[in-house]
Design a protein around this ligand. Structure first.
Ligand code: ADP
Ligand code: MG
Length: 236
C-alpha cells in the first residue's frame, strides 16, 4: 500500500508536468496546423511542395493526438469518479464509421482490409462524445500500428441486455502475457515513439462511463479489445 501511494504520487507529479508541457505545445501546434491548411489551399494537387505540406499536416495531427492524450490523462487524475462531464447522444456505429473515414489521415491504411459487423439495432447511449471518440481512435490506431499497416481489421458491435459491446480485432502479432498485463499502465509502451498513454487514457474514459474494456491476445494470435458500455433502456 505504501508503495502504491508512492507510485501514485509519482504518477500525479509526472502527469502534472506532462500536462503543463502539453498545454504549451498546443498553441504553436494549432498555429502550424492552421497555416499548413492555408498553404494546402494554395497548392493544387501535384504542385511542388504539396506532398511536403501534407506531411507537415499529418505530423502536426500526430503531435495534437499526443498532447491531447497527455491532457486527458492529467485531467482524469483530478476528476476521479463520477459521471462524464458532458452527456451527448452517441451512436456508436456512426462514431466508428466516422473515425474510419478520418483515420487514413493519421496512419497509412492502404493495405488494411476493414470488416464491419454492426448491430443495426444498437441504440444511442449518452456519454461524452469527444472522449468516446478518443477511446476508439486510440484502439483503432493501435490495431493498425500493430499490423504495421497491413492486415484485416474486424469491427463489431453487439447489443446484449443494457450493454453495447464494441470489439476491435486485428490480425497483428498479438502480445506476450507479460506485456498484456501492463498495457493499461500509464507510460507503458513497446514502441520507439510511443507515449504509452493511449490505453490508460481509454481505460479511464470507459470506466468513467460505467463501462469495461478488456483484451484477448496471444503471440501470433492477433488482438481483440472489447469495450462494453451501458445505455439506459428507459430512454428507448
Ligand atoms: P502506445 O501506442 O503509445 O505505445 P498505448 O497505451 O496505446 O501506448 O499502448 C500500449 C502498448 O500496448 C503498446 O506499446 C503495445 O505494446 C501494446 N498494444 C496496444 N494495442 C495493441 C495491439 N492491438 N496489438 C499488439 N499490441 C498492442
Ligand atoms: Mg497507442
Amino acid at each position: 500500500a505504501q508503495q502504491e501511494l508512492a507510485r501514485n504520487e509519482k504518477l500525479a507529479a509526472i502527469g502534472a508536468l506532462a500536462a503543463g508541457v502539453a498545454h504549451e505545445i498546443n498553441n504553436p501546434t494549432a498555429i502550424i496546423r492552421g497555416n499548413t491548411e492555408l498553404l494546402l489551399m494554395e497548392l493544387s494537387e501535384g504542385a511542388a511542395g504539396r506532398e511536403e505540406a501534407e506531411e507537415v499536416k499529418k505530423q502536426t495531427d500526430r503531435i495534437s493526438r499526443i498532447t491531447g492524450n497527455l491532457l486527458t490523462y492529467a485531467r482524469r487524475r483530478n476528476v476521479k469518479d463520477g459521471p462524464p462531464h458532458t452527456l451527448d447522444p452517441v451512436d456508436i456505429n456512426h462514431l466508428l464509421d466516422d473515425i474510419l473515414v478520418q483515420l487514413p489521415h493519421q496512419v497509412d491504411m492502404t493495405d488494411v482490409t476493414i470488416e464491419r459487423d454492426y448491430d443495426m439495432q444498437a441504440p444511442q447511449l449518452s456519454g461524452d462524445a469527444g472522449q468516446l471518440r478518443q477511446v476508439f481512435v486510440n484502439l483503432l490506431l493501435n490495431a493498425v500500428e500493430a499490423m504495421s499497416g497491413k492486415g484485416v481489421l474486424h469491427l463489431s458491435t453487439t447489443v446484449r441486455g443494457d450493454t453495447i459491446s464494441v470489439a476491435i480485432a486485428d490480425d497483428g502479432p498479438g502480445m506476450k502475457p507479460e506485456h498484456a498485463d501492463r498495457i493499461f499502465d500509464p507510460f507503458f509502451t513497446t514502441k520507439k515513439q510511443g507515449t504509452g498513454l493511449g490505453l490508460s487514457v481509454s481505460y479511464g474514459i470507459v470506466q468513467h462511463h460505467g463501462g469495461t474494456i478488456t483484451v484477448s491476445t496471444a503471440p501470433e494470435q492477433g488482438t481483440t479489445f472489447t469495450v462494453s458500455l451501458p445505455f439506459d433502456r428507459r430512454q428507448h
